[in-house]
Design a protein around this ligand. Structure first.
Ligand code: ZN
Length: 208
């Protein structure tokens, strides 16, 4: 093999690598909305653990009840309007729509862990969007026929605070898009997905 053919082989190998890299980055940008897979299942406790002692989802009353004055004391005007009066905050002008920090999203009304950053994806809608709740038991659904549309409203099943809506156009594997108001959430940043899981388990273990 002479130097020229070795050189042209190196060039060919380099070009193939480059083409491969371009293809891979195209494939990745093709699905910008899917959350990055995490090997930590933050919802494990949601099915394996009992509910905390203050939570009973079997009755027709919410486990956490507050008077209107108590809600107003606990929440800002915007949080009260969204969470307690079924309001909707403005798209993009809210704190968590573009939040990429690892952490736990709790209900603003009662601190129940509802969503994890590991299920968050960029939907481009301007509202925080998730593919799954942490526990389907603690996120209630109501069919909402307002504004001439049939939508599925979601709320905290522990205190009734309105969270947003769920639509059947999310990324796989769930195919769901939970479109949630930042005003209905409080965010706790963590250093890792494992730390999110630990916070979730702390909440459930309050039952034991
Ligand atoms: Zn709640």
């Amino acid at each position: 093999m002479n130097i020229n053919s070795r050189f042209s082989r190196s060039i060919t190998a380099f070009l193939l690598l480059l083409a491969g890299g371009v293809l891979i980055s195209f494939a990745m940008t093709d699905q910008p909305s899917a959350p990055k897979p995490s090997d930590v299942n933050v919802s494990e406790c949601a099915t394996a653990c009992g509910l905390p002692s203050h939570v009973d989802l079997s009755g027709d009353r919410y486990s956490v009840l507050r008077t209107d004055a108590e809600w107003k004391e606990r929440l800002t005007d915007l949080q009260y309007h969204v969470a307690r009066q079924q309001g909707t905050e403005r798209a993009f002008a809210n704190p968590y729509h573009d939040n990429k920090t690892t952490g736990l999203y709790r209900c603003v009304g009662c601190d129940t862990p509802l969503f994890s950053s590991t299920d968050k994806f960029d939907s481009g809608t301007g509202w925080p969007s998730f593919t799954n709740p942490i526990d389907a038991r603690t996120l209630g659904e109501t069919h909402d026929n307002s504004y001439g549309m049939t939508r599925v409203e979601v709320h905290c099943a522990v205190c009734g605070s309105h969270q947003g809506h769920v639509f059947p156009d999310g990324p796989e594997p769930s195919g769901l898009r939970y479109c949630i108001n930042s005003a209905s959430l409080s965010f706790e940043a963590t250093t890792s997905a494992q730390a999110v899981k630990d916070l979730v388990e702390d909440w459930y273990r309050a039952a034991e």
